[in-house]
Design a protein around this ligand. Structure first.
Ligand SMILES: NC(=O)C1=CN([C@@H]2O[C@H](COP(=O)(O)OP(=O)(O)OC[C@H]3O[C@@H](n4cnc5c(N)ncnc54)[C@H](O)[C@@H]3O)[C@@H](O)[C@H]2O)C=CC1
Ligand SMILES: CC(=O)C(=O)O
Length: 314
Protein backbone atom coordinates (compact mmCIF):
# COMPACT_ATOMS: atom_id res chain seq x y z
CA UNK A 1 0.00 0.00 0.00
CA UNK A 2 1.29 3.46 -0.87
CA UNK A 3 1.88 5.69 2.13
CA UNK A 4 0.83 9.35 1.85
CA UNK A 5 0.94 12.16 4.35
CA UNK A 6 -1.00 11.34 7.50
CA UNK A 7 -3.24 14.09 8.84
CA UNK A 8 -4.22 13.54 12.44
CA UNK A 9 -7.14 15.22 14.18
CA UNK A 10 -7.81 14.77 17.91
CA UNK A 11 -11.27 15.65 19.23
CA UNK A 12 -11.44 16.30 22.96
CA UNK A 13 -14.99 15.96 24.27
CA UNK A 14 -17.18 13.56 22.31
CA UNK A 15 -20.54 14.83 23.48
CA UNK A 16 -23.20 16.16 21.11
CA UNK A 17 -20.87 18.63 19.38
CA UNK A 18 -17.69 16.51 19.35
CA UNK A 19 -19.36 13.36 18.04
CA UNK A 20 -21.34 15.28 15.39
CA UNK A 21 -18.10 16.92 14.26
CA UNK A 22 -16.36 13.53 14.14
CA UNK A 23 -19.22 12.22 12.02
CA UNK A 24 -18.91 15.23 9.69
CA UNK A 25 -15.18 14.52 9.29
CA UNK A 26 -15.85 10.88 8.37
CA UNK A 27 -18.61 11.93 5.98
CA UNK A 28 -16.42 14.51 4.27
CA UNK A 29 -13.23 12.41 4.31
CA UNK A 30 -11.28 15.07 6.23
CA UNK A 31 -8.04 13.82 7.77
CA UNK A 32 -6.94 10.19 7.84
CA UNK A 33 -6.44 9.64 11.59
CA UNK A 34 -9.19 10.62 14.00
CA UNK A 35 -8.72 10.19 17.74
CA UNK A 36 -11.50 10.70 20.26
CA UNK A 37 -10.70 11.68 23.84
CA UNK A 38 -13.29 12.15 26.58
CA UNK A 39 -13.28 12.03 30.36
CA UNK A 40 -16.03 9.47 29.80
CA UNK A 41 -13.75 6.87 28.16
CA UNK A 42 -16.66 4.54 27.38
CA UNK A 43 -18.42 7.23 25.36
CA UNK A 44 -15.27 7.85 23.31
CA UNK A 45 -14.85 4.10 22.76
CA UNK A 46 -18.46 3.68 21.69
CA UNK A 47 -18.21 6.60 19.26
CA UNK A 48 -14.96 5.26 17.80
CA UNK A 49 -16.53 1.83 17.22
CA UNK A 50 -19.66 3.30 15.64
CA UNK A 51 -17.69 5.69 13.41
CA UNK A 52 -15.29 2.92 12.32
CA UNK A 53 -18.33 1.01 11.05
CA UNK A 54 -19.13 4.02 8.84
CA UNK A 55 -15.69 4.11 7.22
CA UNK A 56 -16.37 1.36 4.63
CA UNK A 57 -19.06 3.68 3.21
CA UNK A 58 -16.59 6.57 2.81
CA UNK A 59 -12.89 7.38 2.55
CA UNK A 60 -10.27 5.32 4.45
CA UNK A 61 -9.65 6.66 7.95
CA UNK A 62 -8.14 5.22 11.15
CA UNK A 63 -10.29 6.03 14.18
CA UNK A 64 -9.72 5.15 17.82
CA UNK A 65 -10.51 6.26 21.37
CA UNK A 66 -7.23 7.61 22.64
CA UNK A 67 -5.60 9.78 25.25
CA UNK A 68 -3.52 12.93 25.48
CA UNK A 69 -0.33 11.19 24.30
CA UNK A 70 -2.01 10.95 20.88
CA UNK A 71 -1.89 14.76 20.61
CA UNK A 72 1.89 14.68 20.10
CA UNK A 73 1.60 14.03 16.36
CA UNK A 74 -1.70 15.81 15.83
CA UNK A 75 -2.11 18.48 13.17
CA UNK A 76 -5.27 19.71 14.81
CA UNK A 77 -6.68 19.39 18.35
CA UNK A 78 -10.33 20.35 18.48
CA UNK A 79 -11.80 21.08 21.90
CA UNK A 80 -15.53 20.50 22.30
CA UNK A 81 -15.38 19.34 25.95
CA UNK A 82 -17.19 20.94 28.84
CA UNK A 83 -20.60 22.02 30.05
CA UNK A 84 -23.27 23.20 27.64
CA UNK A 85 -26.09 25.65 28.45
CA UNK A 86 -29.15 24.55 30.32
CA UNK A 87 -32.39 26.24 29.19
CA UNK A 88 -32.22 29.93 30.18
CA UNK A 89 -28.45 29.97 30.78
CA UNK A 90 -26.23 32.26 28.70
CA UNK A 91 -22.95 31.10 27.18
CA UNK A 92 -21.08 33.44 29.54
CA UNK A 93 -22.62 31.62 32.53
CA UNK A 94 -20.40 28.65 31.56
CA UNK A 95 -17.13 30.60 31.76
CA UNK A 96 -15.93 29.64 35.26
CA UNK A 97 -16.78 25.93 34.97
CA UNK A 98 -15.32 25.48 31.50
CA UNK A 99 -12.17 27.55 32.12
CA UNK A 100 -11.19 25.11 34.89
CA UNK A 101 -11.73 22.16 32.56
CA UNK A 102 -9.66 23.92 29.89
CA UNK A 103 -6.71 24.48 32.21
CA UNK A 104 -6.37 20.73 32.68
CA UNK A 105 -7.08 19.83 29.04
CA UNK A 106 -4.68 22.35 27.47
CA UNK A 107 -1.92 21.48 29.96
CA UNK A 108 -2.21 17.80 29.08
CA UNK A 109 -2.25 18.48 25.33
CA UNK A 110 0.90 20.62 25.60
CA UNK A 111 2.66 18.05 27.82
CA UNK A 112 2.32 15.55 24.97
CA UNK A 113 4.65 17.69 22.83
CA UNK A 114 1.80 18.90 20.63
CA UNK A 115 2.92 21.32 17.93
CA UNK A 116 -0.16 21.84 15.76
CA UNK A 117 -3.24 24.04 15.75
CA UNK A 118 -6.02 24.30 18.33
CA UNK A 119 -9.61 24.76 17.24
CA UNK A 120 -11.96 25.66 20.12
CA UNK A 121 -15.76 25.37 20.11
CA UNK A 122 -16.66 25.09 23.82
CA UNK A 123 -18.57 28.07 25.20
CA UNK A 124 -18.06 30.84 25.90
CA UNK A 125 -15.91 30.29 22.85
CA UNK A 126 -14.21 33.71 22.70
CA UNK A 127 -13.20 33.52 26.36
CA UNK A 128 -11.99 29.92 26.11
CA UNK A 129 -10.05 30.56 22.90
CA UNK A 130 -8.21 33.34 24.71
CA UNK A 131 -7.64 31.00 27.67
CA UNK A 132 -6.31 28.29 25.34
CA UNK A 133 -3.91 30.77 23.79
CA UNK A 134 -2.66 31.85 27.24
CA UNK A 135 -2.50 28.33 28.72
CA UNK A 136 -0.75 26.83 25.68
CA UNK A 137 1.83 29.55 25.04
CA UNK A 138 1.38 28.96 21.29
CA UNK A 139 1.38 31.84 18.81
CA UNK A 140 -2.12 33.31 18.57
CA UNK A 141 -2.49 32.40 14.90
CA UNK A 142 -2.41 28.72 15.92
CA UNK A 143 -5.31 28.99 18.38
CA UNK A 144 -8.59 29.53 16.56
CA UNK A 145 -12.07 29.81 18.05
CA UNK A 146 -15.17 28.92 16.04
CA UNK A 147 -16.27 32.49 16.80
CA UNK A 148 -19.34 33.57 14.86
CA UNK A 149 -19.16 31.03 12.02
CA UNK A 150 -22.40 29.50 13.23
CA UNK A 151 -24.17 32.83 13.70
CA UNK A 152 -23.02 33.89 10.23
CA UNK A 153 -24.44 30.65 8.80
CA UNK A 154 -27.74 31.28 10.60
CA UNK A 155 -27.86 34.80 9.14
CA UNK A 156 -27.09 33.53 5.63
CA UNK A 157 -29.81 30.90 5.97
CA UNK A 158 -32.48 33.44 6.97
CA UNK A 159 -31.42 36.03 4.37
CA UNK A 160 -31.42 33.30 1.75
CA UNK A 161 -35.10 32.71 2.52
CA UNK A 162 -35.96 36.42 2.63
CA UNK A 163 -34.31 37.22 -0.74
CA UNK A 164 -34.91 33.79 -2.30
CA UNK A 165 -31.25 33.36 -3.15
CA UNK A 166 -28.92 30.40 -2.52
CA UNK A 167 -27.20 30.94 0.89
CA UNK A 168 -23.86 30.45 -0.91
CA UNK A 169 -24.59 33.79 -2.62
CA UNK A 170 -25.41 35.60 0.62
CA UNK A 171 -22.37 37.55 1.78
CA UNK A 172 -23.31 38.82 5.22
CA UNK A 173 -21.49 38.43 8.51
CA UNK A 174 -22.08 38.39 12.24
CA UNK A 175 -19.14 39.61 14.31
CA UNK A 176 -18.37 40.13 18.00
CA UNK A 177 -19.01 37.75 20.89
CA UNK A 178 -20.53 34.40 19.95
CA UNK A 179 -23.38 35.31 22.25
CA UNK A 180 -25.83 37.97 23.29
CA UNK A 181 -23.73 41.04 22.30
CA UNK A 182 -22.94 39.93 18.74
CA UNK A 183 -23.87 42.19 15.81
CA UNK A 184 -24.63 42.01 12.09
CA UNK A 185 -22.41 43.98 9.70
CA UNK A 186 -25.18 45.34 7.46
CA UNK A 187 -22.82 47.97 6.04
CA UNK A 188 -20.85 45.22 4.26
CA UNK A 189 -23.67 42.79 3.48
CA UNK A 190 -24.60 41.86 -0.06
CA UNK A 191 -26.88 39.44 -1.87
CA UNK A 192 -24.98 38.11 -4.85
CA UNK A 193 -23.08 41.16 -6.06
CA UNK A 194 -25.57 43.80 -4.84
CA UNK A 195 -25.23 45.53 -1.44
CA UNK A 196 -28.24 45.13 0.86
CA UNK A 197 -28.29 48.94 1.21
CA UNK A 198 -29.30 49.15 -2.48
CA UNK A 199 -32.14 46.66 -2.00
CA UNK A 200 -33.33 48.77 0.95
CA UNK A 201 -33.24 52.00 -1.09
CA UNK A 202 -35.22 50.38 -3.88
CA UNK A 203 -37.72 48.82 -1.47
CA UNK A 204 -36.89 45.30 -2.70
CA UNK A 205 -36.82 42.46 -0.16
CA UNK A 206 -37.05 42.86 3.63
CA UNK A 207 -37.45 46.32 5.20
CA UNK A 208 -34.96 47.63 7.78
CA UNK A 209 -37.31 46.45 10.57
CA UNK A 210 -37.55 42.99 9.04
CA UNK A 211 -33.75 42.79 8.82
CA UNK A 212 -33.60 43.71 12.51
CA UNK A 213 -36.05 40.88 13.27
CA UNK A 214 -33.90 38.47 11.26
CA UNK A 215 -30.88 39.45 13.35
CA UNK A 216 -32.79 38.85 16.61
CA UNK A 217 -33.69 35.35 15.37
CA UNK A 218 -30.01 34.70 14.62
CA UNK A 219 -28.84 36.00 17.99
CA UNK A 220 -31.42 33.98 19.93
CA UNK A 221 -31.37 30.82 17.78
CA UNK A 222 -29.43 28.75 20.32
CA UNK A 223 -31.97 29.53 23.06
CA UNK A 224 -34.84 28.40 20.84
CA UNK A 225 -33.10 25.15 19.88
CA UNK A 226 -31.95 24.37 23.44
CA UNK A 227 -35.50 24.94 24.71
CA UNK A 228 -36.73 22.36 22.18
CA UNK A 229 -34.05 19.66 22.20
CA UNK A 230 -31.52 20.50 24.91
CA UNK A 231 -28.48 21.27 22.75
CA UNK A 232 -27.33 22.44 19.31
CA UNK A 233 -24.77 20.40 17.40
CA UNK A 234 -25.33 19.64 13.70
CA UNK A 235 -24.68 23.16 12.40
CA UNK A 236 -21.63 23.82 14.59
CA UNK A 237 -20.28 20.41 13.59
CA UNK A 238 -20.52 21.39 9.91
CA UNK A 239 -18.98 24.76 10.74
CA UNK A 240 -16.04 23.10 12.47
CA UNK A 241 -15.64 20.74 9.50
CA UNK A 242 -15.67 23.77 7.19
CA UNK A 243 -12.90 25.35 9.27
CA UNK A 244 -10.98 22.06 9.27
CA UNK A 245 -11.15 21.96 5.45
CA UNK A 246 -9.91 25.57 5.24
CA UNK A 247 -6.96 24.65 7.46
CA UNK A 248 -5.99 21.26 6.01
CA UNK A 249 -6.37 22.39 2.39
CA UNK A 250 -4.50 25.65 3.03
CA UNK A 251 -7.46 27.49 1.51
CA UNK A 252 -6.92 31.10 2.61
CA UNK A 253 -10.69 31.26 3.17
CA UNK A 254 -12.36 34.20 4.86
CA UNK A 255 -14.37 32.93 7.84
CA UNK A 256 -15.67 34.69 10.94
CA UNK A 257 -13.48 33.06 13.59
CA UNK A 258 -12.56 34.12 17.08
CA UNK A 259 -9.00 35.35 16.96
CA UNK A 260 -6.65 37.68 18.81
CA UNK A 261 -6.98 41.34 17.88
CA UNK A 262 -3.84 43.45 18.09
CA UNK A 263 -5.08 46.89 17.14
CA UNK A 264 -7.58 45.87 14.42
CA UNK A 265 -10.97 47.54 14.95
CA UNK A 266 -9.24 49.65 17.64
CA UNK A 267 -9.15 46.60 19.96
CA UNK A 268 -6.31 44.72 21.63
CA UNK A 269 -5.65 41.65 23.73
CA UNK A 270 -9.05 40.12 23.08
CA UNK A 271 -10.32 37.07 21.19
CA UNK A 272 -13.53 37.97 19.36
CA UNK A 273 -15.35 36.94 16.17
CA UNK A 274 -14.20 38.84 13.08
CA UNK A 275 -13.61 37.88 9.45
CA UNK A 276 -10.13 36.44 9.05
CA UNK A 277 -8.13 34.58 6.42
CA UNK A 278 -7.65 30.95 7.50
CA UNK A 279 -5.03 28.60 6.05
CA UNK A 280 -2.65 25.77 7.03
CA UNK A 281 -0.77 28.07 9.39
CA UNK A 282 -3.99 29.06 11.19
CA UNK A 283 -5.19 32.66 11.08
CA UNK A 284 -3.11 34.38 8.40
CA UNK A 285 -4.63 37.82 8.99
CA UNK A 286 -7.67 39.64 10.32
CA UNK A 287 -9.86 41.45 7.80
CA UNK A 288 -10.16 44.91 9.35
CA UNK A 289 -13.51 46.20 8.05
CA UNK A 290 -14.37 49.85 7.88
CA UNK A 291 -17.41 49.69 10.18
CA UNK A 292 -20.04 52.40 10.65
CA UNK A 293 -19.84 54.32 13.94
CA UNK A 294 -22.82 52.37 15.33
CA UNK A 295 -21.33 48.98 14.36
CA UNK A 296 -17.99 49.94 15.88
CA UNK A 297 -19.64 50.97 19.15
CA UNK A 298 -21.49 47.65 19.33
CA UNK A 299 -18.31 45.70 18.64
CA UNK A 300 -16.48 47.62 21.38
CA UNK A 301 -19.34 46.93 23.79
CA UNK A 302 -19.09 43.23 22.95
CA UNK A 303 -15.33 43.33 23.60
CA UNK A 304 -15.88 45.07 26.95
CA UNK A 305 -18.30 42.37 28.08
CA UNK A 306 -15.80 39.65 27.12
CA UNK A 307 -12.92 41.46 28.82
CA UNK A 308 -14.91 41.65 32.07
CA UNK A 309 -15.52 37.90 32.01
CA UNK A 310 -11.87 37.18 31.19
CA UNK A 311 -10.74 39.28 34.16
CA UNK A 312 -12.94 37.19 36.45
CA UNK A 313 -11.66 33.81 35.31
CA UNK A 314 -7.98 34.27 34.42
N1 LIG B 1 -19.14 27.47 19.47
C1 LIG B 1 -20.36 27.16 19.11
O1 LIG B 1 -20.91 27.72 18.14
C2 LIG B 1 -21.08 26.09 19.87
C3 LIG B 1 -20.56 25.67 21.06
N2 LIG B 1 -21.19 24.71 21.79
C4 LIG B 1 -20.56 24.35 23.05
O2 LIG B 1 -19.88 23.11 22.91
C5 LIG B 1 -19.70 22.56 24.23
C6 LIG B 1 -20.07 21.09 24.22
O3 LIG B 1 -21.47 20.98 24.04
P1 LIG B 1 -22.18 19.55 23.93
O4 LIG B 1 -21.39 18.66 23.05
O5 LIG B 1 -23.60 19.81 23.65
O6 LIG B 1 -22.02 19.05 25.44
P2 LIG B 1 -22.03 17.53 25.95
O7 LIG B 1 -22.31 17.57 27.40
O8 LIG B 1 -22.88 16.70 25.06
O9 LIG B 1 -20.51 17.08 25.71
C7 LIG B 1 -19.46 17.54 26.46
C8 LIG B 1 -18.47 16.42 26.56
O10 LIG B 1 -17.30 16.90 27.23
C9 LIG B 1 -16.82 15.84 28.04
N3 LIG B 1 -15.94 16.38 29.07
C10 LIG B 1 -16.27 17.12 30.15
N4 LIG B 1 -15.16 17.41 30.87
C11 LIG B 1 -14.13 16.88 30.19
C12 LIG B 1 -12.72 16.84 30.42
N5 LIG B 1 -12.18 17.44 31.48
N6 LIG B 1 -11.95 16.19 29.55
C13 LIG B 1 -12.50 15.57 28.48
N7 LIG B 1 -13.80 15.57 28.20
C14 LIG B 1 -14.61 16.21 29.06
C15 LIG B 1 -18.08 15.19 28.59
O11 LIG B 1 -17.83 13.89 29.09
C16 LIG B 1 -18.97 15.22 27.36
O12 LIG B 1 -18.85 14.03 26.59
C17 LIG B 1 -20.56 23.42 25.16
O13 LIG B 1 -19.76 24.36 25.84
C18 LIG B 1 -21.51 24.14 24.20
O14 LIG B 1 -22.02 25.34 24.73
C19 LIG B 1 -22.34 24.12 21.36
C20 LIG B 1 -22.89 24.49 20.16
C21 LIG B 1 -22.34 25.56 19.34
C1 LIG C 1 -24.94 26.63 21.78
C2 LIG C 1 -24.42 27.65 20.88
O1 LIG C 1 -23.45 28.31 21.16
C3 LIG C 1 -25.10 27.88 19.63
O2 LIG C 1 -25.86 27.04 19.16
O3 LIG C 1 -24.94 28.98 19.09
Amino acid sequence: MESGKVTRIVVIGTGFVGSSYAYALVNQGLGNELILVDINQKKAEGDAMDLNHAVPFGAPMRIWAGDYADCKDADLVVITAGANQRPGETRLDLAGRNAQIFRSIVDQVMESGFNGLFLVATNPVDVLSYATWKFSGLPARRVIGSGTILDTARLRHLLSGAYRVNPQNVHAYIIGEHGDTELPVWSHASIGVRPISEYLKQGIGPSREELDQIFVKVRDAAYHIIERKGATYYAIAMGLARLTRAILNDENSVLTVSTLLSGEYGLEDIYIGVPAVVNRSGVREVVDLNLTEEERKKLHHSAEVLTRVLKNIL
